[in-house]
Ligand binder design. Structure first.
Ligand code: ZN
Ligand code: ZN
Length: 168
């Protein structure tokens, strides 16, 4: 068994559309390589900083991520090599391990598809597009937009002289 601790630069496009590890950012590998009969079992953690954008309010997100990985890299011509597909189990290539696919799968799986700056992020005002977090509590577009008055007439929810309620 061998322990490997190494800091490597992140490969390109490690992540999802809204969140990921920037290319070249430090990825810390803390791994155990174990020799097993069929090959080398790699297990341990990969950690790094992820950056992204809140899916609701577009604020920048920066957080650290640690994921566990475990993968068998089979020897060429081992029984495992012969009985599994190439994308099921890793392969040792000339005694080298290509960790990138494993690492990529683990990191991408751990990332949220809809990242949020905080769980109850209120998002953006649908009228002016400002972040609710940046707006005063009484922020509202009531009585400002004449279109609402028209809408009020159409729905009959308010009289012509009363200010219409904006839709939630
Ligand atoms: Zn947000
Ligand atoms: Zn607004």
């Amino acid at each position: 068994m061998r322990a490997v601790q190494r800091v490597v630069p992140a490969p390109a496009e490690l992540g999802l559309q809204l969140i990921g590890v920037p290319e070249g950012a430090d990825l810390t590998l803390d791994l155990r390589l174990e020799s097993v009969s069929e090959g080398v079992l790699v297990s341990g953690t990969v950690s790094g900083e992820v950056t992204g954008e809140c899916a609701r309010c577009l604020a920048d997100i920066g957080e650290s991520l640690t994921v566990n990985i475990q993968e068998l890299f089979a020897y060429a011509d081992s029984a495992t090599d012969e009985t599994t597909d190439e994308d099921e189990v890793g392969r040792l290539q000339d005694d080298m391990i290509d960790l990138e696919p494993t690492l990529r799968d683990a990191v991408v799986l751990a990332l949220p598809v809809n990242p949020l700056c905080r769980e109850d992020c209120p998002g953006l005002c649908s009228e002016c597009g400002a972040r609710w977090d940046d707006l005063p509590e009484d922020h509202s577009h009531e009585q400002i937009d004449p279109r609402w008055a028209k809408l009020g007439k159409l729905t009959g929810s308010s009289g012509p002289d009363e200010p219409a309620e904006p839709a939630p």
